[in-house]
Design a protein around this ligand. Structure first.
Ligand code: 0L1
Ligand code: MG
Length: 263
């Protein structure tokens, strides 16, 4: 049940989006609104999405967050969440990512899905996700919580668009028919050192189950995943902090690699 008025939702959306656009850390919003619940939090996130669209940004994808045990343990939370990806979040493969526009970026190794048919819950399952997937590509998500020291609770992070900030896709496309996503291995390298390794099963046992969960969560708002959506299915490893001067490469088994440099 929502605890905030429509005006409070708009004002919290503006507060968090300004922090994002100005690369400025703020304290978690539940410090001031302790009763804020998930319904409020997603209402704030959707208000931010509408704010960006009204400004001319396109929403090009969706993401699932906190899908792996490693991430849940790292952030001390227990439930996957979703967020949206705006067009300017995308950085090209090999890009120089400008850290002056970010607060305290971290990188995550992920498998991205691109859909060729809509997915609608409730009851969406792994089989439907695989049938509706056009191709898979490796992706590095660059998260950047707007909260001081990445300190937040679940409603606060949902309102902050699940810490979404930038992402890079690269390597090669793969058909979901060609691989068992549970055993696809990934290596995340920072400055040439393998700092995190993992396999797809880390993401709710199968990365496609994360996409199914996304469709089922969206159904609660009578929304679906449209055809042609890029979906970051969730970090396979824990997130790794980066700063200017760092080079990051992710290698995904059978899908090549994706790299970027932080400047
Ligand atoms: O993509 C993610 O798993 C991030 C979700 C938000 C939590 C965080 O900032 O680590
Ligand atoms: Mg992520």
């Amino acid at each position: 049940m929502s605890t905030l008025s429509a005006d409070q939702i708009e004002s919290l959306s503006e507060h968090l989006e300004s922090a994002e656009l100005q690369a400025r850390a703020v304290h978690k919003i539940t410090d001031d609104y302790p009763d804020l619940d998930f319904e409020d939090a997603y209402a704030i996130q959707w208000a931010t999405r509408r704010r960006k669209e009204a400004r001319g940004n396109r929403i090009i994808g969706l993401k699932m967050g906190l899908t792996s045990r490693a991430k849940m343990k790292q952030m001390d939370v227990e439930e996957p969440i979703y967020g949206f990806l705006a067009d300017y979040f995308q950085e090209a493969e090999g890009a120089e990512v400008d850290t002056s526009k970010l607060i305290h970026p971290k990188v995550e190794a992920e498998i991205a899905f691109v859909t060729k048919a809509p997915l609608r819950g409730p009851g969406c399952h792994v089989g439907q996700v695989l049938a509706a997937t056009d191709f898979l590509i490796p992706a590095v998500e660059i998260i950047d919580s707007r909260y001081e020291n990445f300190r937040f609770d679940l409603p606060s992070v949902v309102a902050d668009n699940a810490s979404s900030s930038r992402f890079v896709t690269g390597g090669g496309m793969m058909s979901p028919r060609e691989t068992d996503l549970r055993t696809v291995g990934v290596v995340l390298e920072k400055n040439g050192d393998p700092v995190e390794v993992g396999a797809g099963a880390a993401v709710i046992n199968h990365p496609a189950s994360s996409v199914a969960l996304l469709a089922n969560m969206l159904a609660q708002r009578d929304e679906e995943i449209p055809a042609g959506t890029l979906i970051l299915s969730g970090g396979i490893t824990a997130a790794v902090a980066v700063e200017a001067g760092d080079n990051v490469t992710m290698r995904a088994q059978g899908m090549g690699s994706v790299s970027m440099r932080f400047v």
